[in-house]
Write a protein that binds this ligand. Structure first.
Ligand code: IPE
Ligand code: IPE
Ligand code: MG
Ligand code: MG
Ligand code: MG
Length: 334
């Protein structure tokens, strides 16, 4: 029994089973498919001959196709499984989420924000292509994400215009002032200032949690009429899924803070110890590494509890993938 399973037994949480092997087997199959879809999206939408050979497009490719864990894409695909949704549609939604995420990382690394020169084990986009191209690559990836969601391809796959609009609205809100950008602004505004834990939680839930929350909820929107296995979640189940997604998103950033303080640069693929050096407001700085680890464990347990009410027999596989994903986010080493 792993430490994690022991913790779950102690907390009396079990209906959704956890299996790292099952998650790895699934992720090993879908991650290459995600890579193909991300590359195809760039090829399909960057059609202008001049643009194709431009440093902007090279910078966009560098920011996207450089080995991310693809957690947001996996969250979309797992949530689509939960509702018996279309994996083909979910893959396009996953691409949109990963483009927004890549944009957020490119901008996060800029000298005016975190000033980082290493990302995913490679030079950051502005180190490789200069600040102007990096800034624009982020901008262009952001609009590309919405282009993907608005595309006729999704209409042809069976989504209604109203569903596409709902996807666009969800992603816009999660990315903007009440989401990722808003959280990043709080982060940058509080360098060197201790934050109350409530403000810290808001900042983390916005800057990182919002996009993960959107990934799960948008995955659950990938249902078209006529899908035999589709499941309609009740309002209560949707609420539970949303709470799971909130826990997952906050957990992800708390673990990011812990890893920054405890992992080495080679494993992380980004500069270790950067938060403390830059005097960033983090959970480790606020409540210490053990306090942050305890908090992560609580969020993980809460994420699983929130899944329990959703996992009917029909939804079992999707619920298990979501549970495994929470476990992966909790136990990850980079
Ligand atoms: C890093 O995200 C930035 C945060 C939001 C914490 P990831 O850890 O998901 O980065 P990649 O995509 O795997 O590189
Ligand atoms: C970034 O948080 C969250 C984003 C919205 C990109 P961090 O600044 O801690 O992410 P890393 O550690 O650079 O990946
Ligand atoms: Mg940052
Ligand atoms: Mg950063
Ligand atoms: Mg970090």
């Amino acid at each position: 029994m792993s430490d994690m399973e022991r913790g779950m037994t102690a907390l009396n949480i079990s209906p959704v089973s956890i299996s790292a092997q099952r998650f790895n087997d699934w992720a090993d199959v879908v991650r290459p498919q995600i890579e193909v879809a991300l590359a195809q999206g760039l090829d399909a939408y960057v059609t202008h001959a001049v643009a194709q050979n431009s440093p902007l497009v090279a910078a966009m490719r560098h920011g996207v196709m450089n080995g991310g864990k693809r957690v947001r894409a996996l969250a979309v695909l797992a949530a689509a499984h939960l509702v018996g949704g279309s994996q083909q549609i979910a893959m396009q939604v996953a691409v949109a989420l990963e483009y927004i995420h890549a944009y957020s990382l490119i901008h996060d690394d800029l000298p005016c924000m975190d000033d980082d020169d290493l990302r995913r084990g490679q030079p950051t986009v502005h180190i490789q292509y200069g600040q102007a191209q990096a800034l624009l690559a982020g901008d262009a990836l952001q609009t590309l994400a919405f282009d993907v969601l608005a595309s006729e391809r999704l209409t042809q796959m069976g989504l209604t215009a109203a569903q596409q609009l709902q996807l666009i609205r969800t992603l816009a809100r999660a990315s903007g002032v009440a989401g990722m950008a808003g959280g990043q602004a709080i982060d940058c505004h509080h360098v060197g200032q201790p934050l109350l834990t409530q403000t810290m939680q808001t900042m983390h839930s916005l800057k990182t949690g919002a996009l993960l929350h959107a990934s799960v909820m948008m995955g659950a929107m990938c249902v078209t009429q006529g899908l035999n296995d589709a499941v309609n979640l009740s309002a209560e189940q949707l609420n539970d899924l949303s709470s799971y997604a909130d826990d997952l998103g906050l957990l992800f950033q708390v673990v990011d803070d812990i890893l920054d303080a405890s992992q080495d640069t080679a494993t992380l693929g980004k500069t270790a110890g950067k938060d403390a050096d830059a005097n960033k407001p983090t959970y480790v700085q606020a409540i210490g590494i053990n306090g942050a680890r305890d908090f992560a464990q609580k969020l993980y347990a809460s994420a699983l509890t929130n899944l329990n009410g959703i996992a009917s027999a029909q939804q079992e596989q999707g619920a298990q993938y979501l549970a495994d994903l929470a476990s992966y986010c909790h136990e990850r080493i980079y």
